[in-house]
Design a protein around this ligand. Structure first.
Ligand SMILES: C[S@@+](CC[C@H](N)C(=O)[O-])C[C@H]1O[C@@H](n2cnc3c(N)ncnc32)[C@H](O)[C@@H]1O
Length: 275
């Protein structure tokens, strides 16, 4: 039994997510160049390649949970897969729907739904589940992740992508430089959005980005959750995302600081036991 305070908080987080993502909708990726700059595009392509290499031939069934405006989903359709996209926000789903090319449409299924509830409502199994920039919006991401591990076919791939990393500050100097570059990146971004007349809603994300108040998501904790759910961890990739690729390259490759992670896992059998 959950307390009424917890239930109220969960409900508020969901309402806030609906509200802020209705503001974002079709301009989402314009407002988030950190997802489309050259540095992140390379990481995305490599991650998708790794997922696809782990998939069999034939009728592959993929879920993009918290699909938003289709950052991953559209690329999976281009690669010829059948994909279900689930998102809480009908505005984001509508923006995605408008972008699906006619010749890919019959392989795309879009659902307006809440991640935790959708897990309970559907019995469908998937060959891959992709979750990009969703977990930090959830009140209890571990429960949700566990439910979806159980929806993978044996050998199925799980990609958790582009989540804010709970940082481990090892060097005060490097961290100060990291913050300085972040401030510059942000100033250029604010100016670019102003010039392009694109409103940004950064002040609005306080509650909807719920896990950020705990400093982000710790991959170690996620790894433990996944392993206990029968997943084999294949890779955890940490790096520094920035609005602009040059700054992401500078901080990741030269400064060696990180603020984002991706995790690739595969559903297996542990000690002969099927999960
Ligand atoms: C930061 S956006 C990421 C969208 C997309 N995956 C991407 O990487 O561009 C987070 C998305 O998660 C959705 N979302 C937030 N909470 C959710 C929930 N509880 N269930 C399903 N979707 C949710 C939002 O509506 C939004 O579209």
């Amino acid at each position: 039994m959950i307390s009424s305070d917890t239930a109220n908080l969960k409900e508020k987080i969901l309402e806030e997510n609906k509200r802020v993502h209705a503001l974002e909708d079709r301009l989402y990726l314009f407002r988030h160049p950190e997802q489309t700059n050259f540095f992140q595009t390379r990481i995305l392509r490599n991650s998708l390649n790794k997922v696809c290499r782990g998939l069999g031939e034939g009728n592959v069934n993929i879920l993009d949970l918290g699909c938003g405006t289709g950052y991953l989903l559209l690329k999976l359709l281009e690669r010829g897969y059948r994909v279900t996209g689930v998102d809480l926000s009908d505005s984001m789903i509508r923006a995605l729907d408008a972008q699906i090319p006619a010749d890919h449409r019959e392989r795309a299924r879009l659902v307006v739904g809440e991640a935790d509830e959708f897990a309970d409502q559907s019995d469908e199994r998937y060959d891959a589940i992709l979750i990009s920039a969703l977990l930090h919006h959830l009140y209890d991401y571990e429960t949700v992740v566990k439910k979806y591990c159980a929806k993978l076919n044996p050998g199925g791939m799980l990609l958790i992508f582009f989540e804010p990393l709970k940082q481990d500050v090892r060097s005060a100097l490097r961290y100060a430089l990291h913050r300085g570059i972040a401030a510059l990146d942000q100033q250029i971004y604010s100016l670019a959005m102003k010039i392009r007349n694109i409103p940004v809603f950064e002040e609005e994300y306080e509650l909807s980005d719920y896990q950020r108040r705990f400093g982000g998501i710790a991959p170690d904790r996620l790894t433990t959750t996944l392993t206990s759910a029968g997943m084999e961890i294949l890779e955890v990739e940490k790096y520094c995302a920035r609005r602009y690729g040059f700054f992401a390259f500078l901080t990741t490759c030269l400064l060696g600081t990180q603020n984002t992670f991706n995790l690739l896992a595969k559903r297996g059998a542990v000690s002969g036991k099927e999960y």
